[in-house]
Design a protein around this ligand. Structure first.
Ligand code: HEC
Ligand code: HEC
Ligand code: HEC
Length: 110
């Protein structure tokens, strides 16, 4: 009796595991191949909401050299040193952007 229960549990467990791997295969590369969790969250989540809020901002971003190079929303909108920040739907963003937000990548121009 007890063996039968365990056997069924193991079979169900194995099937779920295989199903999870198969589903994972179908996730788009942009979701699975990004190097950091923050990239995945920032590239997906900011755009997801803001495509409804300010379509033009997201569209402009999509056309940009930054998008082509994989620079995400948070790379610019995260607070630079000594900047005021705020909680924004699960992210921490700078209240106001300045040239300091570009500095990390454009030191020479800065
Ligand atoms: C759950 C939906 C949602 C997510 C996720 C989200 N936003 Fe927003 N965002 C909004 C809404 C709604 C507004 C307008 C009202 C407000 O200020 O909250 C807004 C406003 C803003 C503003 C306008 C300036 C301001 O302070 O009012 C900026 C900039 C901004 N979001 C950037 C971002 C960035 C960058 C990310 C990702 C790191 C992000 N948002 C993620 C919904 C979202
Ligand atoms: C290259 C840096 C950069 C990237 C990448 C970037 N932004 Fe911005 N964003 C800015 C700057 C600079 C401003 C202007 C801030 C200001 O005027 O205070 C701005 C302004 C905004 C605003 C406010 C517009 C308004 O009506 O005042 C929103 C919303 C916003 N960005 C959302 C996003 C979202 C969503 C993404 C990603 C899809 C993104 N940004 C990517 C630099 C960037
Ligand atoms: C996380 C890194 C990063 C941040 C932050 C960043 N940039 Fe860039 N930026 C890049 C990269 C990478 C390129 C592409 C360079 C290339 O193609 O040679 C680029 C290109 C550009 C270009 C040239 C665009 C074109 O069409 O050729 C401008 C202008 C620019 N950035 C302005 C800004 C401004 C303004 C900010 C701040 C609001 C900013 N960047 C923040 C990485 C960044």
């Amino acid at each position: 009796m007890a063996f039968r229960g365990v056997f069924i549990a193991v079979v169900i467990g194995a099937v779920l595991l295989v199903a999870a791997f198969m589903i994972n295969q179908y996730r788009p590369p942009v979701v699975t191949e990004q190097p950091t969790a923050s990239f995945v969250r920032a590239s997906g989540k900011c755009a997801e909401c803001h495509a409804n809020q300010q379509f033009s901002v997201v569209h402009e971003y999509e056309l940009s050299a930054h998008a082509r190079k994989g620079i995400n929303c948070l790379d610019c909108h995260k607070p630079a040193e000594r900047q005021l920040s705020k909680e924004h739907h699960g992210f921490v963003v700078a209240t106001h952007l300045t040239a300091a937000n570009c500095r990390s990548c454009h030191e020479a121009v800065y």
